[in-house]
Design a binder for this molecule. Structure first.
Ligand code: GAL
Ligand code: ZN
Length: 677
């Protein structure tokens, strides 16, 4: 699939990152031209500016001073670079907090914060919204025709929540819109329990450690509301930009599985998905696992943007400053990290940060340009190598990974599971579970699309929905239609327990999915780390951990049954023929070995071929396809060499042929253009 470049008429892989020249404006004659030179020489074509510039851009209320930005935008244009221009709402000036305390957030315990840090404005405050609208409008007016303007970067890493009186009011209005009447809300939330009937919407308080903290339906809806607040605020921020610069795409930088925002929902409002990637590289044998976790994050963020090419908006060129141990990057890891983003569909490699500040909380955070201020550092050299590689791979721009396999990760389901009191109360491990299915698939060298329960299932051969505890409206119907039409669906234990209001389905689990699976899931046992069960499948025995459901086949074929305890003989794995398709039900949590064996057999049976056979552990393999051909990436996350059996292709940089057994050095990223297709 071929998409247009992210920035209009700029068909390059983007390379750059966060740049704060305003911190250097007292030394601008010396620093700014030097920065341009260093950036260009490292193959940087894009710098993100203005992210935290509000206090400089509006030093006093209503008094704008765009002089630094004017100069920087001109410098970028003169040097052939594009600006990812930010709206400054990620951090507010002190005068605003002092004059309008309503812009300061209130915590769940109902204390109002003092001025300080960042990412902590009230999203409801009419004052904050007005100030944001005014400065966004002024920015768009000023730079609408500027040749450097390439993309709008809205705010920075939206997150958190506010419990102030204004937000409570907005929550009430949101609830009223959703439930219509308070009786309907009380009924939907089962509020007769503990006598918690609300007389009116105004009586509802957001969850609090000093108040209501045990109502799962309230918690779920508060999550929905706060997530919607961000989408609403984003739409508020872009309204003037869309009016004044309709051609310039907008995005905001997301944070993979950050709990507070349903990124699939926010994704609908973005022109391009973007996210900040900070893998915890260890420099040792654990990096293979780190690589696979980063792979999941990239695919999730691509999914949130509808599977189009996305942007890696931030990554660290070297050690960060906030991990428990901030290790230096091993030589080669920066290239690996950068190529992995491209491999999963990013059209950019952006860093935090271009130049290290002299002071402030992030002065020791990795940067392209260190305090020494020259090009003579190892990191600068490695960044320059990434720059050359990105220009050699220009043909990839706009191509995308394609997959017939979809894996479901769903925020609403996650929120509901987090508050569900059963089994492993604090350890439902939903995200871990989805990641373990993902690792099994990636480990077998299949591309995977990550979707949520609201996404269309058409076009996939296999859809996998681990622990779909909460079924969102229309999802069960889509699964039914998918399987009836010939699709293969894989579900697991703890599926189909509650509806969108967190009310249990009556008539047995997995609720409206019972027919598709051809079974009834009666009860679920929780096991601690010392307790296990077992089942055998295709001549091998697998261990059961954490969860084991006791299921009755009602038409489904039993492929494996438990071996032990009182649930010996109950089905552990079933398959149901439904319409033209098949639905598998995995009744227990297993280790990854089973998932791998199971998916290897299932995908082969579906006629889906892996990208490479016998991929070694800790190696990530992906592909991108577009008008310029098909590209295969093989990324070695191991500190040791691996041998990979490559299909025939050529190195895009040189045209050198590659095929058959090929050795990859530690942390090497290999890209080939493959023949055929
Ligand atoms: C990101 C943030 C950046 C910077 C970076 C440090 O989460 O957006 O502004 O703080 O972390 O790793
Ligand atoms: Zn508020």
């Amino acid at each position: 699939m071929q998409y247009p470049p992210i920035m209009k008429d700029y068909p390059y892989l983007l390379h750059g990152g966060d740049y704060n020249p305003e911190q250097w404006r007292h030394m601008k004659e010396e620093i700014w031209p030097r920065d341009m030179q260093l950036a260009k020489a490292a193959g940087i074509n894009t710098l993100s500016v203005g992210i935290f510039s509000w206090a400089v851009l509006e030093p006093r209320e209503g008094e704008y001073d765009f002089s630094f930005l004017d100069e920087i935008m001109d410098l970028l244009a003169a040097n052939g670079m594009k600006a990812v221009l930010a709206t400054p709402s990620g951090a507010k000036p002190q005068w605003m907090a002092e004059k309008y305390p309503e812009v300061l957030r209130v915590r769940a315990d109902r204390t109002r914060e003092l001025y300080g840090v960042r990412h902590n404005h009230c999203l409801t405050s009419p004052v904050y919204r007005e100030k944001v609208r005014a400065i966004n409008t002024a920015l768009a007016q000023r730079y609408k025709a500027h040749p450097a303007l390439g993309l709008w970067h809205i705010s920075n890493e939206y997150g958190g929540e506010c419990h102030c009186p204004l937000c409570q009011q907005r929550f009430h209005a949101w609830l009223e819109k959703r439930y219509g009447t308070i009786d309907n809300l009380n009924q939907s939330w089962w509020n007769t329990f503990w006598s918690h009937l609300y007389p009116s919407f105004d009586a509802v308080e957001s969850p609090s450690p000093i108040g209501e903290r045990d109502n799962p339906a309230l918690a779920l809806n508060w999550r929905r509301f706060t997530s919607d607040q961000f989408r609403d605020f984003y739409e508020w921020e872009i309204a003037p930009l869309k009016a004044i610069t309709p051609e310039v795409p907008c995005t905001t930088n997301m944070m993979s599985t950050y709990e507070g925002i349903d990124y699939f929902n926010l994704g609908h409002a973005l022109d391009v998905s973007s996210w900040d990637n900070y893998p915890g590289w260890t420099g040792d044998a654990r990096d293979g696992r780190v690589l696979m976790d980063a792979a999941f994050n990239h695919d999730l963020m691509r999914g949130a943007g509808g599977q189009k090419p996305f942007m890696m908006m931030e990554s660290s060129p070297s050690a960060v400053n906030w991990q428990p141990i901030n290790r230096l990057r091993q030589p080669g890891v920066l290239m690996l990290q950068s190529m992995q983003a491209i491999a999963h569909g990013s059209d950019s490699v952006q860093y935090f940060q271009f130049r290290k500040g002299r002071g402030g909380a992030e002065k020791y955070h990795g940067a392209v340009v260190d305090h020494v201020g020259t090009n003579e550092t190892r990191i600068y050299r490695e960044v320059s190598e990434v720059g050359s590689q990105l220009s050699a791979l220009k043909a990839l721009t706009g191509s995308a990974p394609e997959s017939r396999i979809a894996l479901i990760y769903d925020w609403e389901n996650r929120w509901a599971l987090e508050n569900a009191a059963f089994g492993h109360k604090q350890h439902q491990r939903y995200e871990d579970t989805v990641r373990s299915h993902y690792r099994a698939l990636r480990g077998l060298a299949y591309d995977v699309n990550i979707i949520d329960q609201t996404c269309a299932l058409d076009g996939y051969s296999v859809v996998i929905g681990p622990m779909t505890y909460l079924l969102r409206p229309g999802f069960a119907e889509r699964v039914q239609a998918f399987v009836l039409g010939g699709g293969v669906y894989v579900g697991t234990y703890v599926s189909g327990w509650v509806d969108e209001d967190d009310k249990c389905f009556l008539g047995g689990w997995p609720g409206p999915l019972k027919d598709v699976f051809g079974l009834w899931d009666e009860e679920t046992d929780a096991l601690d780390e010392t307790q296990h069960n077992r089942f055998s499948w295709c001549g091998k025995t697998y261990q059961v951990n954490d969860y084991a459901a006791l299921v009755h086949a009602r038409g489904a074929e039993v492929l494996a049954a438990y071996d032990e305890k009182f649930y010996r003989g109950y089905p552990a794995l079933t398959r149901n023929a439904y319409g033209k398709g098949l639905a598998y039900y995995l009744a227990a949590r297993t280790g990854e070995e089973f998932l791998r064996d199971f998916y290897a057999a299932l995908l082969a049976k579906q006629g889906l071929a892996p990208l490479i056979r016998d991929l070694p552990a800790g190696v990530d393999c992906t592909s991108r396809t577009g008008d310029q051909g098909r590209f295969l990436f093989v990324l070695n996350g191991n500190p040791s060499p691996v041998t990979v059996n490559m299909p025939a292709g050529v190195l895009p940089e040189t045209g050198t042929p590659v095929s058959g057994l090929t050795e990859l050095s530690p942390w090497q990223a290999l890209v080939i253009r493959t023949e055929g297709e």
